[in-house]
Design a protein around this ligand. Structure first.
Ligand code: PMP
Length: 424
């Protein structure tokens, strides 16, 4: 039955039926969690060979003893891994600690406190602002919020952010000093930016204020599980436009090896790297190089990055299939939402009917299924339409995911019907 073509009586009857079913489920005492995009234990197991791979040989090919201090930009062999992930020259990569989010935080702080490459520090501007394609990654937004950088929502489309709006704003307001981009398998929509979008982003530096920076968070650069997708290289595109100083790229092995103990990378022009190095050399004598060496050996001696990611793909594929089947079977005919069908990454972005997301999350929580809070995918936690929910299928075993999704679609139906009945 289609929610828009059902009669009032049919809607009432339908709601009653589903409420009864929901009440029963609430008594099952479920305790399921599809909130954060964490790799499953099965995925983590794929990288357990990291442990012990050094066999007490802590030296790199050039003789560096990784146990000792030093090497601010990380080991060359680790930087090579970052260069492979981001498709950039190794000289433009810094290999850091375990978290790319930390590197992003440092980079925003760098722009804010000191200014990149001799440009005005953002804190000296009247009202520094970042453009935030939405729905997006909540932790990007938290960084801006903590530093008091205002955020402006930019709608995401099938090819990436709405570039007409981005270009207009960047041209009009010189206080716009950054944009967050997750260009491949975007969190949460799964979108990969088209060649045209990347080309237009690469040209922003021609019209933006000189301190403007694109935060190119390529967290899912090698995380294809469907048809392999080629993202246009932002570095090449900016070099063609003489805007290479506008981009900072990030990646990590968090969702490649062990999420909590991987290696993170930042890549940028030498001018930007010099700004970052000046900041870093006051913070640290050097990163954790033993783990960097472990990662380098893992991907040269044990497996290749491609082969390893294919193993992740075969674990993730059935989970995404499960989510998409539940959504399709339960909601397509009823027209109670829309969703993306990603070919990689970690999320399925689901849009309820307007004004239903919070209600769905609450219903699911009361039935024992934890979802990412509604609104989390928007700056300040405010989803203007209250309709976006991020589903993260990777962590639970397939059987639990299947149960969680049957509860989820039931909650979507109930919330949609209740909303419709209130309005009728
Ligand atoms: N960026 C995006 C878009 C992410 O989805 C995530 C993890 N959820 C991160 C960064 C975090 O990466 P890391 O573990 O390297 O800090």
């Amino acid at each position: 039955m289609h929610i828009e073509s059902a009669t009032q009586e049919q809607l009432i009857e339908w709601e009653k039926e589903l409420s009864a079913h929901y009440k029963k489920i609430c008594q099952h005492g479920l305790n399921l969690d599809i909130t954060r995009g964490k790799p499953s234990a099965e995925q983590l197991n794929l990288s357990d060979k990291l442990d012990g791979i050094l066999s007490s040989d802590y030296r790199t090919a050039d003789g560096t003893d990784t146990r000792n201090y030093g090497g601010l930009v990380g080991l060359n062999c680790a930087r090579e891994l970052g260069a492979e992930m981001l498709q950039v020259p190794v000289e433009e990569v810094i290999a850091g600690g375990n978290s790319s989010l930390t590197l992003m935080y440092y980079a925003v702080l760098n722009g804010y406190l000191f200014g990149f490459a001799g440009n005005t520090a953002w804190r000296e501007l009247k009202a520094p602002k970042f453009l935030c394609p939405v729905p997006g990654y909540d932790r990007h937004f938290t960084i801006c919020e903590q530093l008091g950088i205002e955020m402006i929502n930019i709608p995401m489309g099938a090819n990436g952010p709405d570039m007409d709006t981005v270009e207009k704003l960047v041209q009009e307001d010189s206080d716009i000093i950054g944009i967050w981009c997750v260009p491949k398998f975007s969190n949460p929509t799964g979108t990969t930016y088209s060649k045209e979008t990347v080309g237009r982003i690469a040209q922003l530096g021609l019209v933006a204020s000189p301190g403007f920076r694109i935060f190119w968070d390529n967290a899912y650069s090698v995380h294809d599980f469907g048809h392999p997708i080629n993202l246009t290289n932002i570095r090449t595109a900016t070099l063609e436009n003489d805007t290479a100083d506008c981009v900072l790229q990030f990646a990590s092995t968090s969702k490649v090896t062990h999420a909590g103990s991987g290696v993170a990378f930042v890549s940028a022009s030498q001018a930007n790297l010099n700004s970052l190095k000046a900041q870093m050399q006051a913070m640290t004598i050097g990163p954790e190089k033993v783990n960097q060496l472990r990662h380098s050996r893992f991907f040269t001696e044990y497996t290749s990055l491609n082969e390893h990611m294919r193993k992740h793909a075969s674990i993730l594929r059935p989970k995404f299939k499960c989510v998409l089947e539940h959504l399709h079977n339960a909601l397509t005919d009823a027209a109670m939402g829309t969703w993306e069908k990603p070919e990689g990454g970690y999320f399925v972005s689901f849009n309820t009917l307007p004004g239903c997301a919070k209600a769905v999350v609450k219903l699911a929580a009361d039935a024992g299924v934890k979802l990412t809070p509604a609104g989390a995918t928007f700056p300040y936690g405010e989803d203007p339409e209250d309709n976006n929910i991020r589903i993260a299928p990777s962590f639970p075993p397939l059987e639990e995911l299947d149960t969680a999704m049957s509860v989820f679609v039931l909650c979507v139906k109930l919330a949609s019907l209740r909303k419709k009945l209130d309005m009728a």
